[in-house]
Design a protein around this ligand. Sequence first.
Ligand code: C2O
Ligand code: CU
Ligand code: CU
Length: 498
Amino acid sequence: MKRRKFIGLAGAGAGVTLFGGASVLITACSGCGKDDMMNMGGVAPEVLEGPFDLALPVPPSIPANGAVLTAQHTTADIFTGKTSNALGYQSGSMLGPTLVAETGGTANIVFQNDLAEPSNIHWHGLLAPADMDGHPSDLAQAGGALNYAFPVVNRAGTYWYHPHPDMKTARQTYEGLAGFFIVNDAEEQGLGLPSGEYEIPLVIQDKRADTVGDFSYSAGMTDQMNGLLGESILVNGVHAPFADVETRQYRLRLLNGSNGRIYNLALSNGTPLTLLGTDGGLLAAPETTTSILLSPGERADLLVNFAGLSGGTEIFLESKIFSGSDYQGKQSFKILKFKVNTGQPDGFTLPPVLSNYQPIAESQPTRNRSFDISNGGGHGGHGGGAAMHNINGKSYNESRIDETITAGTTEIWTFDNTEGIDPHPMHLHGALFQVLGRTGGRNEVFPHEKGWKDTVLAMPGEKVRVIVPFGQNKGVYVFHCHNLEHEDSGMMLQMEIV
Ligand code: C2O
Ligand code: CU
Ligand code: CU
């Protein structure tokens, strides 16, 4: 297959694409080194806080069994007083409905592609058979359709879906294609967590919008290096929204659905966050933390208590400054406003034990693999024909299997960003994992990295070890950096489970 040989650096204006148009192509530069890349990286665009005058929408929930998702161009009310062009899985808004399934149930989803180019859907975090996983080369052509049918075997958790066509994932996701996929099970239902209108999924995304509110994808050189970061923060497809809440407890299911932006999430009144679950469902026991550094692809399931506040109080979900990245984390900004209204007490007490989560013994693995995600060490990663971002010096090639794994075995994988200068949220398809440890950099495992995970952040200087039990689904899956500009520029490899 004809793949681009490299994506390198070019002069100003490189890599501009039209809305729904061709892929990003950037010509190479000769002699760019790591220092050049660092200097050219700059600082992320400053977030412009919005007016917080639009109501937070909550996507409708529909059963995953029998769902129809139609990727299409549409218009959406995203910014105050403007109508934006966007992509959606229905008309009238960006994003898609929340798909809901029970553990042990079935997902049967018709995907209709009304875009003018190929697309597909990947079920992020769900253990789908390889041919149902939305592999980058399993595509519905423009005007075509695909039927995704698979048993839902995951435990209860906050999963999600988005397109995954090779080199088009970043643009299609950015322009509006994504949705939640929530799995419920009996264990979780037994806890009686806040539900219905008191359970709110929140997908946080940043856009770079023009004056009329359009945010057509245009990734220049800096964006290709760092990920495309925008000035406007959207929640559930609306810029700077507000949510009316009552003086009681809420379950908030947070997803960082951004291409490249990392958020250090906290509440503006300083209330600690009660963490219930992470990517792959509930923790063994609740954790308390002041902030959560959520990288693209990661989820955090929170219990937030507005009881005891007086009616009329306003509290913000915000992102605090953080260190570790030269490019982002320099600014704190508000994301979502909660307007507290006096309501009835909920009578809910959080149980001390949430789920039967078992850590996997480190003695179990049959194999260790290490992945260098530093992107070429001193070579800047792009000089010798390799992609700007790579894994073990290799960029994605659909006709090459990079790792072969025996079904049903457990492995330890190390993501080594020791020499790197960029944060990389590393994500596996086809398996969930547990984080064993982090050395270098922040040097610890954080509460939101406990439990079952499918995406974990390796900051520059860090080595992150995860333990991965592979299941019985055989076939070819990808694993990649979930900074979608990194992923599309080649920071993705293939594994075959045999
Ligand atoms: Cu959200 Cu390949 O993943
Ligand atoms: Cu995935
Ligand atoms: Cu990356």
